[in-house]
Design a binder for this molecule. Structure first.
Ligand SMILES: Nc1ncnc2c1ncn2[C@@H]1O[C@H](COP(=O)(O)OP(=O)(O)O)[C@@H](O)[C@H]1O
Ligand SMILES: [Mg+2]
Length: 303
């Protein structure tokens, strides 16, 4: 891991360190990294808000806030509401200038962890309506909508140590809104040659947002996911090192059964226990959490 100086993250207008997990490719580990980084920060006593900006709602479902598990009525997740198909106001109502739900705020749609034993951090869930974002969020103001919503949340008295945003696998208006609100990006990429091009495109997108919005965006880390001890992975890491190593620490996560099993059971890696040892995965995400503390010069909370 490359060491960076303390405090290289950008603190946005809310004053709360906010990090968007991005890569327009699907299946690179964005949602895995968001859930487990949030859980790691929470295990270090930080108050965390996670926001699911992906219409596919993998994080929302993965945390048990989708349809219940009919196969397992004893699942601890069954006490969690299904937020995906509710007729109540949802995240899209917060983000669009919709006269019907003009004043919907994040605080109204948020799920609070202190009400549910199973949740370790607060969550703004996704919703099936988020698929309509492209049609509704078509003006320049839409790109600022999440930033404005987070400013309102703080004005309402909410105070978090960290806000983590799970982005969709695209470079859509939702992803732009997440990058603008966060001003910090954690990249998740598979260590393959094709990943390099995707990251270059993402980099161009970030530069164009910086120019258009006149803001600074920091890279706070890269998850080199499904890392293998082979030439392909090493080639990716060398290329990445060359361009970005001075900017952000790199975390190598191999293919791990426990990551997949935890996911399949709707758990983060800190909750999940099976016969195998989960310490490798936990240590990695604790290291990610420590890096985030360092990036924003936050006092570390001893565990
Ligand atoms: N290191 C890993 N080892 C095993 N499975 C992984 C690993 N990283 C991600 N996965 C699995 O791969 C799938 C895609 O990951 P996900 O985090 O949803 O990617 P994205 O959000 O970028 O689309 C999920 O089923 C997840 O559990
Ligand atoms: Mg995802």
């Amino acid at each position: 891991m490359t060491e960076s100086p303390r405090g290289w993250g950008v603190t946005p207008s809310t004053g709360i360190p906010t990090i968007a997990f991005g890569n327009q490719k699907g299946g690179t580990g964005k949602t895995t990294a968001t859930i487990n980084s949030a859980a790691a920060l929470a295990s270090r006593d930080h108050d965390v808000l996670a926001i699911d900006m992906d219409p596919q709602a993998d994080m929302t479902k993965g945390l048990g806030l989708g349809p219940g598990d009919d196969n397992d009525p004893s699942s601890p997740k069954n006490d969690l509401p299904n937020t995906l198909a509710t007729d109540d106001a949802n995240l899209l109502d917060v983000l669009v200038d919709n006269p019907r739900t003009d004043d919907t705020t994040l605080s109204e749609i948020m799920i609070h962890s202190d009400e549910y034993e199973h949740l370790n951090f607060d969550l703004v869930p996704s919703h099936k309506d988020m698929g309509l974002a492209r049609d509704w969020m078509d003006d320049a103001g839409a790109r600022l909508s999440l930033k404005v919503a987070l400013e309102e949340l703080v004005d309402d008295g909410y105070d978090y140590d960290f806000i983590l945003i799970d982005c969709p696998p695209d470079l859509s208006v939702l992803t732009d809104a997440a990058f603008i609100a966060a001003q910090n990006v954690f990249l998740a990429a598979q260590t393959q040659a094709t990943s390099r091009d995707a990251l270059d495109d993402l980099w161009d997108q970030l530069e164009s947002i910086e120019d258009n919005q006149q803001i600074e965006i920091a890279i706070v880390g890269l998850l080199a996911n499904m890392y293998r001890d082979d030439g392909q992975s090493q080639k990716f890491l060398d290329a990445f090192d060359e361009s970005y190593a001075s900017l952000a620490p790199i975390f190598k996560l191999p293919m791990r059964v426990a990551i997949q099993r935890a996911w399949d059971n709707g758990c983060d890696i800190f909750e999940w226990e099976d016969a195998n040892d989960q310490q490798v995965e936990r240590d990695l995400f604790l290291e990610v959490a420590e890096t985030m503390e360092r990036a924003f010069d936050k006092t570390q909370v001893e565990v």
